[in-house]
Design a binder for this molecule. Structure first.
Ligand SMILES: Nc1ncnc2c1ncn2[C@@H]1O[C@H](COP(=O)(O)OP(=O)(O)OP(=O)(O)O)[C@@H](O)[C@H]1O
Ligand SMILES: [Mg+2]
Length: 278
């Protein structure tokens, strides 16, 4: 990982805090491809290296999840469950659908059970709980998360949730919690873009790094896609005089689109190759 030393130092500092009993949620936001999941992976690796348990759950894409789907995944993680993970949810809650219609008593029991299991998992050596792509979590999961976050202080749990930018109620609710820290990721600086070009085996002169930075906004996903194109058979053409000045001639890539595509060479009309936004 390049160019995120400060962010990684901050979240590992918050991990130390959590291990000392000051658990929290880190809410990591930013556009698609900016590196939210990557930062979570680096945090998870740092936690594992310290002997801290890690549980990872990724919300299902676009509403493809039952009520509490995210928490079912959490409880199915070996770090939180007891090995017979797949059976944990029905064992604890029966076949009852704990959706919007569930009774207050059922929900109270569910919330207490989840909190208890997290506390138990954290009691051994602390716990990092990664909740990836929270923007897709079902409403019931989001409500339970807010409850969990309220109780984090005093635990040895660091929750780390990634959230692709979009104005939404859950983000606002979680951001308002005292136990929440925001980590808003922006584009990498030009030097880090140069490091990514070097890692791709490309020339990374300051001028080229500056141009790629300008074209991609420092979004690591876009830098990698552009580097792949430059390293490919068309790279000589894209780096040639036709592409000079305004950058290479490529079609726009909409970063927020779910189906990203690699940049494509078009008819050579010079234009900004990478545009962010939908
Ligand atoms: N700082 C970095 N250094 C090197 N590679 C990076 C860095 N940040 C991200 N990447 C790489 O860029 C790609 C996109 O990053 P990532 O998947 O973390 O983005 P994201 O913010 O989680 O996007 P999404 O919203 O689509 O989930 C990945 O291949 C990742 O490994
Ligand atoms: Mg991601």
């Amino acid at each position: 990982m390049v160019g995120r030393d400060r962010e990684l130092a901050r979240v590992t500092g918050l991990l130390d805090d959590a291990l000392a009993g000051r658990g929290r949620l880190v809410l990591c936001t930013g556009e698609a491809g900016i590196g939210k999941t990557r930062l979570a992976e680096e945090l998870a690796a740092a936690a594992t290296a310290r002997g801290v348990a890690v549980a990872w759950a990724r919300a299902a894409d676009r509403g493809g999840s039952p009520p509490y789907g995210l928490w079912r995944l959490v409880l199915a993680e070996a770090a939180v469950g007891s090995g017979s993970a797949a059976d944990l949810w029905p064992a604890a809650f029966g076949a009852a659908d704990l959706g919007a219609e569930s009774s207050v008593a059922q929900r109270f029991a569910l919330f207490a059970e989840v909190r208890g299991r997290l506390a138990q998992a954290a009691s051994r050596s602390g716990l990092v709980l990664v909740l990836d792509d929270l923007q897709w979590a079902d409403e019931a999961s989001a409500v339970l998360l807010v409850e969990v976050v309220r109780q984090l202080r005093g635990t040895r749990i660091l929750a780390f949730a990634t959230y692709r930018d979009s104005p939404d109620g859950v983000l606002a609710r979680l951001s308002a919690e005292a136990n929440t820290e925001r980590a808003d990721l922006h584009g990498l600086p030009a030097e880090a873009v140069g490091d990514l070009l070097l890692a791709a085996g490309l020339d990374a002169s300051p001028d080229r790094a500056r141009r790629v930075h300008a074209e991609t906004g420092g979004n690591p996903f876009l830098v990698r896609e552009l580097a792949r194109t430059l390293a490919g058979p068309l790279g000589w053409w894209l780096a040639g005089p036709r592409a000079a000045g305004t950058g290479c001639a490529c079609r726009s890539v909409a970063v927020s689109s779910p189906s990203w595509s690699a940049p494509m060479v078009d008819d050579g009309t010079p234009r900004r190759p990478f545009a962010r936004g939908s």
